[in-house]
Every structure is written in C-alpha cells, then in structure tokens.
Design a protein around this ligand. Structure first.
Ligand code: PMP
Ligand code: GLN
Length: 377
C-alpha cells in the first residue's frame, strides 16, 4: 500500500536498545532510568487500583491531577493556568505533541524545528500535511541564530517548536532567546509548541525558563511535560499539555479521537505524589550527582565533553579517537566494546559533529562500568 511516511526508519532508540540487548552491551542509548521509581509512588498506584479508580477518567484528566499541575506551575514559574480549561492530561508528551500538531497544522503549513530535533516532531508534522523547516543549531554550544530563524519565516509559517532543556545536547534557552522568539512569534502571528519534558533536570546555577513566563508567548503556546521523565516511570506514559483556552479547545477535539482519556489509576497516584513538591524539586540535584560521577570517571579518557547543563544526557565528542561516522562508531562501540549510545547525526540531517549521546540515568555501578569501558577506548 502507499506509505504516508515512506522514508521513516525504525526509531534509533529502539534500534540501539535492541542492538545492546543482542550483544549484551551496557545500554546508555535510549533515555530511561535503569533504577526503580520511589516505593511511595508505586504504593500510591497500587492503592489507586485497590480503591477502584479503574474506570474511564474525564477527557481532560482527573481534576486532582490538573489542580496539582496548576500548583506546580505556580510554584515553579509564578504563572497561573486554569485547571478547568487550560490543562489536559496526555499519554506522555509524545501524544501531547502529536495531538497539538494535528489540531493546528493544515496542509502546506510550515513548521520550524531546530536540529538536532527529537524524532517525534517531523513525522507528526508530515502526517498533518505540514512542511518541516529545519533550522540548524549552532555548534559547539547548540545555540540558536535568531537572524537565521527570521530568514526562514514565510507567509506559510504556522508554528515554531522549541525544546528546552534540549535533547540531546542539554542546552537551555536563555532569556534573550525567549525574548527573540516572542518577538518573532508576535510579529508573524505564530503558534509555539514548547517541549519541556526535562524541566526539572537542570544543573548547577542554570535555570529552566519555561515559555509560560513570557506572557505573549504563553497566549500562543502549547507546553508539554512528562511524568515518565520526572518520576522515573517512562513506561507509565503519563504527561500533560498546557495551552490557552482557544488552543485547548482545538486540542481536545483531536485528543478525544486519538485516545479520549488516559489511564486513570496512575493519574490518582501522581496527583497524590505531587502534593510534596520535593518529589520534583530535588530531581536536578539527583541527576547532577550522577552526571558528575560519570564525568569525573572519564575526565582522562580520549572523549571530550562540556558538562551537560540539563537533561539526563551527556554528549561525548570522539573526534580525537576516530573520524568514523557517528552511526558506524556507535554500532562498533556496542558490538565490540559492549557499550551503547545514540549517534546524534540522525537528528540533524547532513551533519555529523562526531558526538554520541550517553544517558546517565543509570545505577552508579553501571556508570562506573561504562566509564571503565570508555577509558579503554
Ligand atoms: N520530548 C523529548 C525531548 C523527549 O526526549 C521525549 C522522550 N521521552 C519525549 C518528548 C516523549 O516523552 P514521553 O515519554 O512522555 O512520551
Ligand atoms: N526520549 C527517549 C530518548 O531520547 C526515547 C523515547 C523513545 O524510545 N521513543 O532516548
């Protein structure tokens, strides 16, 4: 049959995880924690099932969870979202992103994304009939040249997708970036989709500036987050989307058709767990310790790096080891050295900065074992 996405390969995350399993390699490729979620959170999920919260949830999600998210946004960013009209619970950020794009992008609309870009944006835009306009981020620091962005805006541009904290680089948009974005969005009447799934994994004196802090961005912006990331439960696929009512109204029309509502007992568990803000506020410190442990152990290796400012990913530059293409090098590392990472060229068509992405959301012993291997390469 004719394919809607004729050139779409299997996701690199599935491919590398599978290769790692096949060769018994340490898997630092796909982004998920190897350690367990908090006992308290697991108990809350079990209790929710025992307490018979097992039927359909309201379409936007249970009220307790929407209220808890509004409180979280208020405490983190001093910004108000109305739980009744501006917050919807989703099946992870992936469904939030897909749904927001289907709800707003018409055939021929252009959507600007920044490459390297997380891999779920482009197919969703194409399925909607939209046109992907990639803007390469500037290396080595993965920054955005806003003059270049301005030069890519046309009468057909409908949306700009941002991702800060950024996967795979850990780069964070700064105040000046968001102000430039706001100006471009207002002048050209654009929508913004802000993927903030790593919002709480921010290190040292860096700060996550949510798009919601900029009032003229907020009023034209979808923001998505992921409890899978924040609470070490990627398999729960629980996330949320925030948007002003005029955007939420259209989002819900698609949401209703895509999934209608989300797994109910885990919504109860997360709503209860969120009552204690330290459950998310301590995440930065938790991952910073893992990052520092990993980087300290490989500081004398032949890999070069700048410590990641955020996310649970660290890019390692291998240019002093080989000039092999990153995809070939990642496969060779997995097969011959038993350590798997993600080649980042797959997210940035035509460019190969000789960097691999390593996920440090792993047990300390695994990070020690990974460092031992990397020190021998
Ligand atoms: N956006 C980015 C940048 C991601 O790295 C991920 C990966 N988990 C997602 C969205 C999807 O999140 P979820 O697992 O909640 O669907
Ligand atoms: N977000 C995860 C990553 O960047 C992957 C999720 C997935 O496998 N789709 O590794």
């Amino acid at each position: 049959i004719p394919s809607k996405l004729p050139n779409l390969p299997t996701s690199i995350f599935a491919e590398m995880s599978e290769l790692a399993a096949q060769h018994g390699a340490l898997n630092l490729s796909q982004g998920f924690p190897s350690f367990h979620a908090a006992q308290e959170l697991k108990d809350l999920a079990a209790q929710a099932i025992q307490n018979n919260h097992n039927q359909y949830a309201p379409m936007m999600g249970i009220q307790e969870l929407r209220i808890a998210i509004a409180q979280m946004m208020q405490s983190q960013h001093s910004v108000a979202y109305d739980p009744m009209s501006e917050i919807c619970i989703t099946a992870g950020a992936t469904q939030a992103i897909f749904t927001a794009i289907q709800a707003t992008i018409f055939a021929g609309d252009e959507v600007i994304i920044f490459s390297p870009a997380y891999d779920c944006y482009e197919p969703a835009i194409k399925i909607a009939g939209g046109v992907v306009v990639p803007v390469p981020m500037q290396l080595p620091d993965f920054t955005i040249d806003w003059d270049l962005v301005k030069s890519k805006v046309t009468a057909k541009t409908k949306m700009i997708i941002i991702n800060s904290p950024h996967n795979p680089s850990g780069a964070l948009l700064q105040d000046a970036d968001l102000k430039q974005l706001q100006q471009i969005a207002v002048e050209n009447d654009l929508l913004i989709l802000s993927d903030e799934v790593y919002e709480f994994m921010v290190f040292n004196d860096h700060e996550h500036l949510s798009a919601c802090r900029y009032p003229e961005l907020k009023e034209r912006c979808f923001i998505t987050g992921s409890f899978g990331k924040t609470f070490h439960v990627t398999g729960w696929k629980l996330g949320y989307i925030l948007a002003p009512p005029r955007l939420m109204k259209e989002f819900l029309k698609i949401h209703q058709q895509v999934i209608f509502c989300i797994n109910r007992p885990i919504q109860h568990a997360v709503a209860n767990y969120l009552q204690n803000p330290s459950t998310y506020q301590d995440l930065g410190k938790f991952y910073q310790r893992k990052r520092d442990l990993f980087l300290n152990l490989i500081k004398d290796s032949r890999f070069k790096f700048k410590p990641s400012a955020s996310t649970y990913f660290q890019l390692l530059d291998y240019s002093s080891i080989t000039d092999e293409h990153d995809y070939a090098f990642a496969k060779a590392l997995t097969i011959n050295h038993k350590i798997a990472a993600i080649p980042i060229s797959v997210f940035m068509e035509g460019r190969d900065p000789k960097m691999l992405r390593f996920c440090f959301a792993k047990e300390d012993e695994e990070l020690v074992a990974a460092a031992k291997i990397l020190n021998q390469i």
